[in-house]
Design a protein. Sequence first.
Length: 152
Amino acid sequence: MKQTIPKAPLWLGLAGLLPFIWGAASHANPNLAAWGASWGGIGFVGLAVQTTYGAVILSFMSGVLWGFATKTHGRTAALCYVLSVLPALWAFFLMSSPTALTGPYLIAGFFGLFILDLVFFQLQLTPDWWLRLRLLLTTIVLTCLLLPFWLA
């Protein structure tokens, strides 16, 4: 039987979506973007806030996957440790890329992260509820990141 997502990870995960939602909203609404930029600077609106926060989350998720990798041994452990650092490396290259590419790179990074979530789930290294939480959060993140492409 599938476990219910515990309240703390669910609510913290949903709260962690706020910068992505804010980025999408401030991208879609010029008045909101102007207000946000006047309050926190242009780095706190639109794709800029999504890129910075997205890189932080990809790096954070590398640490989470590393923790799951500690449950393995031998070749599986080596593979899982290598896989666990990929989101952080992707975040590094994302932040080093030209601005025009950050949106597509971020989308690819979160899609790739979900594939890693699937791998670690299939290896039974995650809690039973993990994939349901990650599917929910990833769907919302990707929707927020794809908004600029839908509005173009």
